[in-house]
Design a protein around this ligand. Structure first.
Ligand code: F1P
Length: 341
C-alpha cells in the first residue's frame, strides 16, 4: 500500500504508471461510463473500484467477469472507458477481452501488478499496482493494492470533473492512514487464528455484505474456497430474504460484513434474521456486534475505504482455516497461478 501511495496521490499520478492513463482532461470529462473487467480476485477488486468511481467521481461504473464479457458479443461504446484488471497480467480471458475491445476501437486501461506483462503491453495506458510478487497461487496483497489504485483513479477523475476538493482531501488522508491500520489488523493474527480453528469444521459457509461490503463478501468466500476447499457462498445481505435464508441453520455459519456506516441498522437486522434461525455468526465490524457469536474488530477509516480494511482479516481467516485443515496453501489443488488458456 505504501508503494501505491508514495508520490502517487498528487497531480503526477496520471503520468507515472504503465505509461500513464493517456487520458487528457478533455477526454476524461468525456467519459460517460466505466466498465471494469477481470477474473476472480481481480474482478472483485474491480467491483469495489466501480463503487469508488461512482461515489467519488460520479461516473456510472460497473464490473463484469472478463470471462463472461468476451463470450457475449457486448456492445462496445465509444464513450465508455474500459479498465482491465489482472495481478499476473497474463490471464487469457482478460487479455482476449482487451484485444476484442481494441479491435472494436475502444480505449482500454490496465490495472496490473506484473510489469511488462501481456495485458500491460496491450492496454492503452493505466496503472501498475506495485504489490510485489504474489508468491502463492491466490492473490491477496494485490487485491488490497488494486483497490487503493482504484481509489486514486476515482479521485483523479473526480478532480478533473471538478468534484469536491474537500472530499478528495478526506479520502487522501484516509489512504495515508491505511498502512498503520493494516499493521494493527495484522497484529490481531493470533485471535483470527483461534476463530479460524472454531469454524474450520464447517462443511459450508455463507458470506454476506451490503453495497460496499458485498464485493468483500465475494472475495472472502473465494479465498476460503480456493485454499480450504470449504464450500462458501456470498450474497448481498439484502438478498438473504429472497431465498438463501432457507439455508440458515446451526451447521451453516455466516460471516457478516458489518461496517459502522449508514447501513449499520440494516445490517444488524440481517444478523437478527440469521439468529432467529439459530445460525452462527462471525461479524467483521468496527465494534463488537451483540447478535454475533464472534466479532473481528477492525480500525475505522473513511466509509469508502472500509472494503480494504475489512478484506484483510478475512484473507487471514481463510489462511488459518486452511492451515487448521492441513491444506497446502501455496499450491491449492486444481488452480493455476495464471490461467492462460
Ligand atoms: C485471476 C485469478 C486469481 C485467482 C486464481 C486464478 O488472476 O482468477 O484471482 O486467485 O489464481 O486467477 P489475475 O488475472 O489477477 O492474475
Amino acid at each position: 500500500v505504501d508503494r501505491v501511495l508514495r508520490g502517487r496521490i498528487d497531480d503526477r499520478f496520471s503520468t507515472v504508471h504503465l505509461g500513464g492513463l493517456n487520458l487528457d482532461a478533455r477526454e476524461a470529462r468525456g467519459v460517460r461510463r466505466i466498465k471494469i473487467l477481470g477474473c476472480g480476485t481481480s474482478y472483485h477488486a474491480g467491483l469495489i473500484g466501480a463503487g469508488l468511481i461512482e461515489e467519488l467521481a460520479r461516473i456510472p461504473a460497473d464490473a463484469e467477469p472478463a470471462s463472461e464479457f468476451r463470450y457475449r458479443n457486448p456492445v462496445v461504446d465509444p464513450d465508455t472507458l474500459y479498465v482491465a484488471v489482472s495481478q499476473s497480467g497474463e490471464t487469457y480471458d482478460v487479455l482476449a477481452a482487451v484485444q476484442e475491445l481494441k479491435r472494436k476501437g475502444a480505449r482500454v486501461l490496465g490495472v496490473v501488478n506484473v510489469v511488462g506483462s501481456a495485458i500491460a503491453r496491450e492496454a492503452d495506458g493505466g496503472m501498475y499496482v506495485h504489490a510485489g510478487p504474489e508468491v502463492c497461487v491466490v492473490s491477496t496483497k494485490c487485491f488490497t493494492n488494486t483497490v487503493v489504485a482504484f481509489a486514486l483513479l476515482a479521485l483523479h477523475l473526480g478532480r478533473i470533473r471538478d468534484l469536491s476538493v474537500a472530499d478528495g482531501k478526506r479520502i487522501i488522508d484516509g489512504l495515508r492512514k491505511l498502512p498503520e491500520q493494516i499493521g494493527r489488523i495484522l497484529e490481531t493474527e493470533a485471535e483470527i487464528k483461534k476463530l479460524a480453528e472454531v469454524y474450520a469444521g464447517a462443511q459450508s459457509m455463507m458470506f454476506i455484505g451490503r453495497v460496499r461490503g458485498y464485493p468483500v463478501a465475494l472475495e472472502a468466500s473465494l479465498k476460503l474456497k480456493e485454499i480450504s476447499y470449504i464450500h462458501a457462498e456470498a450474497y448481498p445481505a439484502s438478498e438473504l430474504k429472497h431465498g438463501p435464508l432457507a439455508l440458515i441453520e446451526p451447521a451453516l455459519p455466516t460471516v457478516a460484513i458489518v461496517p459502522d456506516d449508514d447501513l449499520l441498522e440494516k445490517n444488524r437486522a440481517a444478523l437478527e434474521e440469521i439468529k432467529a434461525r439459530s445460525g452462527r455468526i462471525l461479524a467483521i465490524a468496527h465494534r463488537e456486534q451483540e447478535r454475533a457469536d464472534h466479532t473481528i474488530v477492525v480500525p475505522k477509516n473513511e466509509n469508502e475505504l472500509d472494503p480494504i480494511l475489512m478484506g484483510i482479516p478475512l484473507q487471514l481467516f481463510a489462511y488459518h482455516t486452511a492451515l487448521a485443515m492441513g491444506r497446502d496453501i501455496d499450491k491449492p489443488r486444481n488452480l493455476a497461478k495464471s490461467v492462460t488458456v
